[in-house]
Design a protein around this ligand. Structure first.
Ligand code: PLP
Length: 396
């Protein structure tokens, strides 16, 4: 018999995917080049040549049975050591291979992190606007997702609202900075205060509340800024990283979980993850891809296009009268919709061949997301469409 829970979930399809499917269908009618598809967060730049070279060399020089064999349940030791060394050097935290667990993307890292620190029935708190897949990630682990309402003035944390959500049943806080969809990066002041709140709540409730830091966009920061590495602010942090965006490898499904060596039972986290893997199917990421990314830890794709696109869009949106925060990173921007119903706005935008994702599924109705991981040329061509949408549908 088909499981009812999943049968019902068919009615709850991803809004982003649905809009992306609309873009593809519209593209079949008028040519995909003429559809301004701002729906999906799929990188638009190639992986760095170093990745291709590393993979080619591995394929040509390594013995195939070993290269394509299962990796150990805790993932490949040499890769774990390379990641630990990279993080140690960049962020000054004394990670060793024992704290690193290679995963199938950030999704895989989150699947392990959530199960590692939260038991079914416990609560995980995140902040709106949030990546809509957090709901299935958290609920799929038998946990309860609680959402702190957005602080739309700057998309930092509303600490009073957070305090109201904390309960004795809170197991973890899930943050994503720089953020999908707002593009906001948490400031050092925000992270310092968050660490203080978590330390106090852990003491009050008598158990450690973990911080799960989802960081697929860590390398995509604008204005020459460098990241405030979340784990530096709070010891009980599990960092979930992905090479999907930094190396443009979303289809290769590769990332890692890094347990801060100062966290509770730090030496048990990776062995526990290997046990969790047995049950969830996110086990043993491809050996060849683990080895290839280990050679590219100092590399990124050429990410400059995203900042260029952001500047173009931001300037146009401001000129058209949108209320919008300038993103600090990622390849998303999250303006306020010109009418309170962002779903209605998104429907109107389709008439101008613009695919804009309403903020409702990000826990932030009245806003919409544009994923500008498309060519700059296409962003430029989309600006008159945006202008026409505003002038026709929302004349001042
Ligand atoms: C905030 C956030 N977390 C996690 C993921 C999942 O990333 P991955 O492809 O590495 O599984 C994404 C993907 O878009 C994301 O935007």
């Amino acid at each position: 018999m088909i499981t009812n829970q999943y049968l019902q979930s068919l009615a709850d399809k991803s809004v982003i995917r649905t809009l992306s499917e609309w873009s593809t269908a519209r593209g079949a009618e008028i040519g995909y080049d003429n559809v301004f598809d701002y729906s999906l967060g799929n990188p638009s730049v190639p992986c760095p040549p170093q990745f291709t070279a590393a993979l080619e060399r591995l394929l040509q020089t390594q013995e195939p049975v070993a290269l394509h064999g299962y990796s150990p349940s805790q993932s490949l030791p040499s890769v774990r050591a390379a990641v630990a060394e990279n993080l140690r050097r960049r962020f000054g935290i004394p990670y060793t291979a024992a704290h690193i667990f290679m995963t199938c993307g950030a999704a895989g890292a989150l699947a392990h992190a959530l199960r590692c620190v939260a038991a079914p029935g416990q609560e995980v708190i995140t902040f709106a606007p949030y990546f809509p897949e957090y709901k299935p990630y958290v609920e799929g682990a038998g946990l309860v997702l609680k959402v702190v309402p957005p602080r739309t003035a700057d998309f930092q944390i509303d600490f009073d609202a957070l305090e109201r959500q904390l309960t004795p049943n809170t197991a973890a806080i899930l943050v994503n900075t720089p953020n999908n969809p707002s593009g906001a990066a948490y400031s050092a002041a925000t992270l310092t205060r968050l660490a203080g709140v978590l330390a106090a709540a852990s003491q009050k409730w008598g158990h450690i509340i973990f911080l799960i830091s989802d960081e697929p966009y860590r390398e995509i920061l604008f204005g020459g800024k460098t990241v405030d590495y979340v784990a530096k602010f709070y010891p009980h942090t599990l960092t979930c990283y992905s090479f999907s965006k930094s190396l443009s490898l979303p289809g290769e499904r590769i990332g890692y979980l890094a347990a801060n060596p100062a966290c509770e039972m730090a030496d048990k986290i990776v062995p526990i993850c290997a046990q969790i893997s047995r049950g969830i199917g996110h086990n043993c990421p491809a050996s060849s891809i683990q080895l290839a990314v280990a050679e590219c830890l100092e590399q990124t794709s050429d990410l400059t296009v995203y900042e260029k696109n952001m500047e173009l869009l931001y300037a146009k949106l401001v000129a058209l009268g949108f209320r919008v925060q300038k993103p600090g990173g990622t390849f998303y921007i999250f303006p306020q919709s010109p009418e309170p119903d962002a779903v209605a706005f998104s429907e109107k935008a389709k008439k101008y061949d613009l695919a804009l994702v309403p903020g409702d599924s990000f826990g932030c109705p009245g806003y919409f997301r544009m994923a500008y991981c498309i060519s700059t040329e296409k962003v430029q061509r989309s600006l008159p469409a945006l202008e026409k949408l505003m002038h026709t549908e929302y004349p001042r």
